[in-house]
Design a protein around this ligand. Structure first.
Ligand code: SF4
Ligand code: SF4
Length: 276
């Protein structure tokens, strides 16, 4: 039995036994190579679930939809390792109870979806720990290295040119599991902290503030890159912040559901005097 059939069968069993009230997975998209999220509430519809190498979106963002988990019932979600990491961060930030999520884990290797064993967040701790050393795709890593070796003035020009393309559509925010605030600072207009116009200053404010908010939280799922209509390589800036958190504090975001957020904790023996 292929992985798609295996997971459809498991989803049907979870739903018909009442173990979960909902399965969040992938279905056919608008073109042959696109997948869209599907929300299955009855075993009779599991035939709509698709699992293949085109299932790239991080579905963990749907776990924090308002009210979804407030009845204490469980849901199942198709999650890749990045999705499991972001689910762990959501748990660590008290946005969900990991006990309410049955993880239908999978990965994509050599152009094929492969199953991951374990169904609870804690089953994946070793796997996620082993990913610490892995970085960006070779293509993105090449670009990250190029930026790293630039002088600060050239790097500033690079990001200025990239951010000048931003049209403030906020698709990067909408797709990101880590952007779960009910009211984002950019939507506040009394007072208006961030300029809403799509000009150089406003674009810098928006993109830099978002990068700060994601420091030590980004899991490199690539959702923001894929959703940006003007192709700003957002993952590069968020990856740089993640590298800083790893190199400076040994923090790899989403390793476990009880990992302390890197910017919300400190060590008593921290050499920085401003801490205590
Ligand atoms: S910032 Fe982008 S790559 Fe990082 S978790 Fe959010 S959507 Fe994924
Ligand atoms: S998705 Fe791209 S264009 Fe839209 S707000 Fe984000 S950076 Fe700007």
């Amino acid at each position: 039995m292929g992985i798609q059939e295996q997971y459809r069968k498991e989803a049907a069993e979870l739903l018909s036994s009442g173990a979960v009230k909902l399965v969040i997975g992938y279905g056919e998209g608008t073109t042959a190579d696109r997948r869209r999220p599907v929300f299955i509430r009855s075993a009779e519809y599991v035939g709509r679930l698709v699992l293949d190498a085109n299932c790239v979106a991080n579905l963990s963002a749907y776990l924090v939809q308002e009210g979804l988990l407030s009845d204490g019932k469980k849901v199942a979600a198709f999650l890749k390792p990045e999705g499991i990491r972001s689910m762990n961060i959501l748990a660590a930030e008290a946005q969900l109870d990991p006990e309410q999520v049955v993880i239908l884990g999978f990965d994509i290797e050599a152009g094929q979806a492969t199953s991951l064993s374990g169904r609870n967040a804690s089953d994946f701790t070793a796997l996620i720990g082993s990913l610490k050393a892995s970085g960006l795709s070779p293509e993105l890593q090449k670009e990250a290295d190029r930026l790293e070796h630039m002088g600060s003035a050239d790097r500033f020009e690079y990001w200025k040119a990239q951010f000048s393309k931003c049209i403030k559509c906020y698709a990067c925010r909408q797709v990101c599991p880590m952007c779960y605030c009910r009211r984002c600072i950019v939507d506040v207009n009394q007072p208006q902290w961030i300029n809403t116009s799509s000009h150089t200053l406003g674009n810098f404010e928006w993109n830099i503030i978002r990068a700060f908010h994601l420091a030590g939280r980004c899991v490199a799922c690539g959702g923001c890159d894929r959703s940006c209509p003007v192709n700003i390589p957002l993952r590069l800036i968020n990856h740089r912040m993640a590298k800083e958190a790893l190199d400076t504090f040994g923090h790899f975001a989403g390793e476990s559901a009880d990992q302390k957020p890197v910017l919300a904790t400190f060590r008593q023996d921290d050499p920085e005097t401003f801490i205590l």
